[in-house]
Design a protein. Structure first.
Length: 214
């Protein structure tokens, strides 16, 4: 998990970084939506900037749109599928996007004030015991990790939090495993903090590792 030079991104992006997660280069951006904007549209727009910067093409040639019926966002360049995976998240006025060309990517923003004990129904006793809750962020970490992992897995099943297992949890990273209806996917992830929110980012292991983890 090494910080690399930030990608060339639109100056509007408040945070724009390139990170290495489990050996995969991930570009991510965080921003606040405009006053009258739509969080979905602006998060997709942020993802389009990342894809354009990654591929070195013009922003206007890139579109990020939901694949139906799952809703998973996919990137297209001039109407053709782009060789870059994308993920977006929005909470309140915060929007975030991530892009990666070597692995499935998932990003999730969690407001820790909304990640209380009511979520415990989705966690196993083993998951709740993975890390002491010294800083009150245990549930935000577990929930963010599960949602980011679900997105990175690209299984296009419905989101079933208990089918996403968090196998290792640290303050800065996690390992995960998703049991889908037809396949299993595993991977790793990291956490970062921005504006009092926790941001989880997950990358899926490549196909060979995924077979090994199923
Ligand atoms: C993925 C999901 C858990 C995220 O919800 P959330 O944490 O409340 O919201 P976030 O803002 O963090 O993420 C929302 C984004 O996740 C993305 N997303 C939605 N479904 C996704 C999926 N299956 N895989 C990956 N990403 C997905 C979308 O880009 C969405 O943005 P949008 O609302 O602007 O379209 C939720 O959207 C979900 O449950 N999706 C599954 C829908 C489903 O069951 N579909 C039916 C059958 S397959």
């Amino acid at each position: 998990m090494i910080d690399c030079p930030a990608p060339e991104l639109h100056s509007h992006s408040r945070v724009a970084r390139r990170l290495a997660i489990a050996g995969c280069q991930v570009d991510f951006a965080l921003d606040c939506m405009t006053e009258r904007g739509s969080a979905s549209a602006e998060a997709a727009w942020l993802a389009e900037h990342l894809v354009a910067a990654r591929l070195g093409c013009e922003d206007r040639t890139v579109r990020v749109a939901p694949l139906q019926p799952s809703g998973r966002p996919v990137a297209m360049v001039r109407g053709r599928p782009a060789a870059v995976h994308v993920s977006v998240s929005h909470v309140g006025s915060m929007i975030a996007a991530a892009a990666c060309d070597s692995a499935g990517i998932g990003i999730d923003i969690v407001d820790p004030t909304e990640a209380g004990r009511a979520l415990d129904v989705w966690f196993t006793p083993d998951e709740l015991a993975l890390l002491p809750d010294d800083d009150g962020l245990l549930r935000a970490r577990l929930w963010g990790a599960k949602e980011a992992a679900f997105k990175a897995a690209r299984l296009d099943d419905g989101f079933r939090p208990r089918s996403v297992e968090i196998e290792h949890l640290g303050r800065t990273g996690f390992r995960w495993h998703v049991r889908g209806e037809h396949a299993a996917v595993c991977g790793q992830g990291i956490f970062t903090v921005a504006d009092m929110h926790l941001v989880a980012m997950a990358v899926a292991a490549d196909a060979a590792e995924a077979v090994a983890c199923s």
